[in-house]
Design a protein around this ligand. Structure first.
Ligand code: SAM
Ligand code: SF4
Length: 334
């Protein structure tokens, strides 16, 4: 019997998790994600259509991918999102969505009908004015009401907050207090460098600092370390007696590249084999020429660098010349 097909890199890491960015467009303008001057959007004709997305997803599934997450830009603003969700959930995969939450109320019934349970919702502050400052848009009440609704409806809700020193790091204890009565996993993401996002190492709130703050607020005896799964990017904890949990995604100070199983497909049909890779592989052209796509996918992932797109040392990663030779996050898909 022949071996099942897998996508492996040069270090033997098996890639079974695909993140598809559906669009470069968004209804928010988060300062850490979207450069102030905006981004040059891909030509409409260069963006994957709904049919192409489904075709490519099937190619990835044929190579062993069993988990897909839709992201963006904001995935819920994509034309034909309903068809995309319906057709993807017919594949043998676990489907999740990362969203800013603004449009979730419109899609709750569809998500329930299709059996999509995993929702990652971004929320960087519990303060309405700060939300407007950080996202440059006034949607706080809508996002909060959608978060409460999704929790009530029984979705697995994870809330993602990018912590930026001097902006929202004073809310760490408030975020965790939110998990007292709300069954959500609150995840603090270390601020990462991308093109045009004003990143500076001094603005990163590290895993160590976060834990120190939590210990200061809740006492170290109250913090329970939860078990992390093999490919988890999050180090998870719970405060004794709290309904929800919290965690830290420490890409900057404690990367988890050794067990990385992720591939990214951008809205304009490029494979990024790492979030930080400066190079990309064009799948759109071979797809439109009718070529066999599977060999292109395998070839794109094989040379994946060991860690952080080749910026393995902190010296390289903290070097602004090197770490912003990448797209803006909004056009990669986080
Ligand atoms: N619009 C959706 C949302 O905001 O959830 C999906 C796309 S967004 C690019 C995906 C995730 O990337 C979000 O959780 C966002 O907070 C995170 N993100 C964006 N820029 C980031 C940065 N510079 N550092 C760390 N996380 C970032
Ligand atoms: Fe839009 Fe998400 Fe980026 Fe914010 S983080 S600008 S919501 S894509």
């Amino acid at each position: 019997m022949s071996e099942p097909k897998t996508i492996k890199d040069q270090f033997g890491r098996v890639h079974n998790y695909l993140r598809i960015s559906l669009t470069e467009r968004c209804n928010l303008r988060c300062t850490y994600c979207m450069p102030e001057e905006g981004i040059q959007l891909s030509e409409k004709s260069e963006v994957l259509t709904h049919e192409e997305i489904i075709y490519l997803a099937k190619e990835f599934v044929g190579l062993g991918v069993n988990k897909i997450r839709l992201t963006g830009g904001e995935p819920l603003v994509k034309k034909n999102i309903e068809k995309i969700i319906r057709e993807l959930t017919a594949l043998p995969i676990q489907l999740g969505i990362t969203t800013n939450g603004i449009l979730l109320d419109k899609y709750i019934d569809l998500l329930k009908e299709c059996g999509v349970k995993d929702l990652n919702i971004s929320l960087d502050t519990l303060d309405k004015d700060k939300f407007i400052e950080m996202t440059r848009r006034d949607y706080f009440d809508r996002v909060m009401s959608n978060i409460y609704r999704c929790v009530l409806e029984g979705f697995n809700v994870k809330i993602n907050a990018v912590l930026i020193k001097g902006q929202n790091d004073n809310e760490i204890a408030d975020f965790i207090e939110f998990t007292k009565t709300n069954k959500v996993a609150f995840r603090f993401i270390e601020f990462m460098p991308f093109d045009g996002n004003q990143w500076d190492n001094s603005k990163v709130v590290s895993l160590a600092e976060i834990i120190k703050t939590v210990e200061g607020s809740f006492g170290s005896d109250s913090i329970i370390k939860l078990e992390d799964k093999q490919n988890d990017t999050t180090k998870s904890y719970r405060i004794k007696g709290y309904e929800g949990s919290f965690g830290v995604i420490s890409t900057v100070t404690n990367p988890f590249c050794d067990s990385c199983n992720r591939i990214r497909l951008t809205a304009n049909g490029r494979i990024k084999n790492c979030l930080f890779s400066a190079t990309e592989t064009n799948l759109l052209n071979p797809l439109r020429k009718g070529e066999d796509i599977a060999p292109h996918i395998v070839k794109a992932v094989y040379p994946k660098k060991k860690s952080r797109g080749g910026m393995s040392s902190d010296e390289d990663f903290f070097d602004k010349e090197k770490n912003t030779k990448n797209r803006a996050m909004i056009s990669i898909g986080g």
